[in-house]
Ligand binder design. Structure first.
Ligand SMILES: [Mg+2]
Length: 216
């Protein structure tokens, strides 16, 4: 018998084109300062966590002040809700797996009625308008996506991962079925490493491939 599917999906860049963390950080420290720290992450001078901590160190906002900023833009892929309805209709377990911030992800998902989705991500702690990231684990991105996928494989699932960026690289060689957003860093990484993947632009394409996989 074929193993049942379990689907893991990145959030920023994959489900949404708007990065909520960047919106908050840019509002407080400015885009140039945020990008200068991003450059240090890319060059290896900072680890992802050091860079993330440095960016959030400049944030001074209550959650109530942050919410309207987040809602100025909402880049949720319009094909995503229908995809989730299909997944739920087939009783396929689904988890949002992100190196971002769970509260921000939930805030965005709530706008399309999907606040109840299972999310494994880092958490933010706000005290006196100061933001601190509580990481999910001690690994470089604060949330080891490959570990979550390996765990599911160990439980007997055929694993699916859908992503786009650098924090998804460790999962690429682990997932049984891999989707990488067309033209982004994960797709380039897989192509250069000879890792098989399905390129996609939206969740209709992901759905079409998975329907064939399970003979739906
Ligand atoms: Mg991403």
């Amino acid at each position: 018998m074929t193993r049942p599917l379990k689907i893991f999906c990145d959030f920023d860049g994959t489900i949404t084109r708007v990065d909520g963390c960047n919106l908050i950080i840019d509002h407080c420290i400015g885009r140039d300062a945020r990008c200068a720290i991003d450059d240090k992450i890319v060059s290896g001078e900072y680890s992802f966590r050091q860079g993330y901590d440095a960016q959030f160190a400049g944030v001074r906002l209550s959650w109530a002040e942050a919410q309207p900023l987040l809602h100025r833009q909402n880049g949720i892929d319009p094909t995503f809700p229908a995809f989730v309805r299909w997944v739920e209709g087939k009783n396929i377990p689904f988890m949002v797996l992100s190196a971002g911030v769970a509260q921000i992800i939930r805030e965005y998902l709530a706008t399309v009625g999907l606040a109840k989705l299972d999310i494994r991500a880092n958490q933010i702690r706000i005290e006196n308008r100061r933001w601190r990231v509580d990481y999910f684990d001690d690994t470089p991105f604060g949330n080891d996506k490959a570990a979550a996928v390996r765990e599911a494989a160990g439980e007997g699932f055929r694993t699916v991962f859908i992503g786009d960026g650098i924090s998804d690289f460790p999962v690429a060689s682990v997932a049984d079925i891999l989707f990488a957003k067309r033209g982004d860093r994960l797709a380039a990484h897989c192509a250069s490493q000879g890792i098989d993947f399905h390129p996609f632009d939206n969740f209709e394409e992901v759905l079409a491939v998975l329907r064939l996989e399970i003979g739906d």
